[in-house]
Design a protein around this ligand. Sequence first.
Ligand code: SF4
Length: 457
Amino acid sequence: MLSMTPKEITERKALRINPAKTCQPIGAMYAALGIHSCLPHSHGSQGCYAYHRSHLTRHFREPVMASTSSFTEGASVFGGAPNLRQALKNIFQIYDPDVVAVHTTCLSETIGDDLPSIIKKAKDDGIIPDGKWVIHTNTPSYVGSHVTGFSNMVRGIVDYFSQSMGETKDRINVIPGYVEPSDMREIKRMTEEMGVKSLVFPDTSDVLDTPQTAQYAMYPKGGVTIETLCSTGDSKATLALGPFASEQAAKAMETKCNVPFQVLDLPIGVSATDRFVQAIMDVTGKEVPESMEYERGRLMDIMTDMQHHLLNKEVAVFGDPDHLISLCEFLINMGMRPKYVITGTPGKRFDLRIKGILKDWAPNAIVKSDADIFYLHQLIKNDPVDLIIGNTYGKYVAHAEDIPIVRFGFPILDRVGHSYFPTVGYRGGMYLLTNIANTILERKDRDDPDEFFELIM
Ligand code: SF4
């Protein structure tokens, strides 16, 4: 389908073709779903809201609930305050959430609706019942990406909920970044395994990876509670995983509640996970349990077993910046060579960070932020790679160029497992590495002539 993509690369400034990102409100909606009994609310027209809900529903294969201000021509001209007030009345009467998390869209941002004033007036007028919360964040989608929207909503969560009662408790906050429910569950498990009490927020485990019980729950049992969110201001430290998705909220927490923070890479791969574990040890004084040393050892064992198949394999990776930073480091640990590294999220520091990681092992890699999959395809057409790692949209390039692909990141719309099996931590590293190695071996089996077609690999 992409066989007509031209080899010749021309500079484009005002056009994106097959973007390597999606829009801000999707990230905000995802973060809001990590609060227990929260209904995300899209302040804009129904088209945006339907797209955001369906995109998340297709990725997680779970029904994603949300509401909308349903803008029509009138709201587009005169502003959306009456729509939001009416929506809040309906939401609390019919759906009764504990929290409504409002994010904007391109349209309401262009109009310039003043959400804090609208929400305050709704509270003063008794539209928001006592004990209920309406929080907000601004998510203009003509800047940033879904990662920016996630970051903005998590910052909004801190701004609205986090409080300090003045007594530091023996626990840490962990902001997990834009990762799967399975990853958030794994981060909680790892801290528990180390004997550390952690407040992980947002937390979409048991919200977007719920079991089949034959019973519908509008608000599943997962998600971080309001009580927990309010108490985050008394933790001894915050670990923000993924600078693009989590740093902003951690900074806001420090400013508001004086909780010191460390920004770490997403713990994907052995080195980044080591740094995460070390940071927990530094902050809490805990030791690494033997069980976790064994997990690490098993990951190292698979890396060693597979290294002759992975060494020097050239890889094109695309997706979210926080994912790619850790992924590139992991690929290098395995002797692979990232050749093209593309994100649709803007940010010069991404380019600098990736180039720093690749400088000794893959110094000629092409690294580009604010780029698209069309550009990646052109690069591959000119000089192919052995493997593509990225979200589902990469399958068209993989198909056109006959290159194997490992699905990783957001969104994954054509495979299962990503929301159930983590890629963070040592266990997640095993899953990711197994996926990569088996995909390469599968291709080798397909392509090998008879004399090299082996039973044991
Ligand atoms: S980019 Fe803007 S207009 Fe398009 S779906 Fe996202 S919020 Fe709506």
